[in-house]
Ligand binder design. Structure first.
Ligand code: T4K
Length: 402
């Protein structure tokens, strides 16, 4: 039976999906190969500390991305922290606020001040003009974030970093297997950092990596990842435990074998969302630049100002949740509106970040989401968006159940 707006709003949801449909459901490679690798690990009793699967994984990632060095880590946050420390960042570092909190925390955790800079609404990433304005004598580096796989204006940031003698790294947690001007993400700046967390389209359960072409930096990163050990009983740096374990590397190697399939599903779902929601007044699915290699891992719905004046993004989010469509507000409300930054910077104004953070919803995709699921989600979204006035009336307690 065709759903009506009343079904969605008045009756507290009609559970369009029996099971929750998540944004962030992990992709999993071929089970038999995965289990075979797990068995090899158990049989060999080599579980971690630079084991054979980690070494193979690092080589495969470096080859795929086209860099000299891949240093696999236990997660993306620790990878960021180690990259920041290995590059000697201190004082102030310029970052976007429109990112996952880990980007800011990786700095603050080690006593470095994240200086939040607004984004360019055209790229959703750091605005180079505003970056330049945020530089002070205390600035030592810039961290760009390729948010949702949309790449930063890398050339402009690299030019600023070179001219102002600043380090430059990219938080590429969302941009594994993406390209910028035809070159794979991973080889830009002093280093780039990936996250291979379970929710990423390519995962190692938990995991991450720093990739770089800088030999000296790579050596330092490897030492810092392993407590600073330079020999069995010799420690030369302050280090931590950032190592990836063998089970994660086995997961990664197996996922790599299915990478093309994951990408194809993401691409298919993206095109299905775009097609189903084309020409709809009030919302749009953000477009990827398909002249580049994209991973399509985030399907980002932007609701426009005219629509959200009637029904807010959060109201849409709640209606979808009641239907078991677990969309996410990545990255609301922005790091500058979370602690400890909110209290430290009560006056900070980042209008573009605030504007975007209020309007977006990341929709479910990945191999757990079928084309028919996408179709159903889009039908509901169309119903909500095209009946904004009726939704408002019902939310305000208009005509109740009949
Ligand atoms: N930089 C950026 C720009 C990042 O986005 C991230 C991480 C990092 C750095 C740091 O990298 P890691 O240290 O995490 O490697 C999730 C992820 O935990 C996080 O990795 C990711 N970004 C962030 C964008 O999303 P939450 O708090 O939203 O996760 P959670 O537990 O709510 O999971 C999201 C959805 O996924 C859930 O609705 C359910 C589903 N899910 C999740 C897991 C873990 C599953 O279906 N199965 C699962 O196993 O942070």
């Amino acid at each position: 039976m065709k759903k009506t707006v009343k079904d969605l709003v008045v009756f507290g949801g009609s559970r369009s999906f029996r099971e929750p449909l998540y944004a962030g459901r992990p992709n999993i490679g071929e089970r038999a190969r995965l289990l075979d690798r797990f068995k090899q690990i158990i049989d060999s009793r080599w579980l971690t500390n630079d084991g054979p699967f980690v070494k193979e994984f690092e080589q495969r990632i470096a080859d795929l991305v086209g860099v000299k060095h891949c240093i696999a880590m236990c997660n993306g946050t620790v990878a960021l922290e180690i990259a920041i420390r290995a590059l000697g960042m201190k004082g102030e570092v310029i970052v976007p606020s429109f990112t996952f909190i880990a980007t800011a925390h990786a700095l603050q955790w080690q006593g470095i001040t994240p200086v939040f800079c607004d984004i360019d609404p055209g790229t959703y990433t750091l605005d180079p003009v505003k970056v330049e304005q945020a530089i002070t004598p205390k600035t030592t580096a810039i961290i760009g974030v390729h948010v949702w796989g949309y790449t930063c204006d890398i050339e402009a940031l690299a030019e600023i970093a070179a001219r102002r003698n600043l380090k430059l790294i990219f938080d590429a947690a969302h941009a594994f297997a993406c390209s910028y001007k035809g070159r794979m993400i991973g080889s830009f700046g002093d280093a780039e950092v990936f996250s291979f967390h379970a929710t990423k389209f390519f995962n190692t359960l938990e995991g991450g990596a720093v990739v770089t072409n800088d030999d000296e930096l790579a050596t330092k990163l490897r030492l810092m990842r392993n407590f600073g050990f330079t020999d069995y009983d010799e420690v030369s740096y302050i280090g931590t435990n950032g190592k990836m374990n063998e089970i994660s590397a086995a997961m990664g190697l197996t996922s790599l074998e299915s990478l093309d399939e994951f990408l194809a599903v993401n691409r298919r779902n993206y095109h299905r969302y775009r097609e189903e929601l084309r020409d709809i007044a009030g919302a749009r699915v953000l477009a990827y630049d398909e002249t580049e290699t994209c991973n399509y891992q985030y399907i980002v719905l932007e609701l426009d100002e005219v629509f959200t004046r009637i029904v807010s993004r959060d109201e849409v989010w709640r209606i979808l949740t009641a239907e078991n469509i677990m969309a996410r507000r990545y990255f609301y409300p922005g790091c500058h509106r979370m602690e400890p930054y909110r209290s430290n910077l009560p006056e900070l104004q980042l209008p573009e970040t605030d504007r975007l953070a209020e309007r977006i919803l990341c929709l479910p995709t990945g191999t757990a989401v079928t084309e028919s699921d996408v179709k159903t989600i889009c039908q509901l979204l169309r119903l909500i968006i095209e009946s904004a006035d009726e939704v408002r009336l019902l939310l305000d307690g208009g005509p109740g159940p009949v």
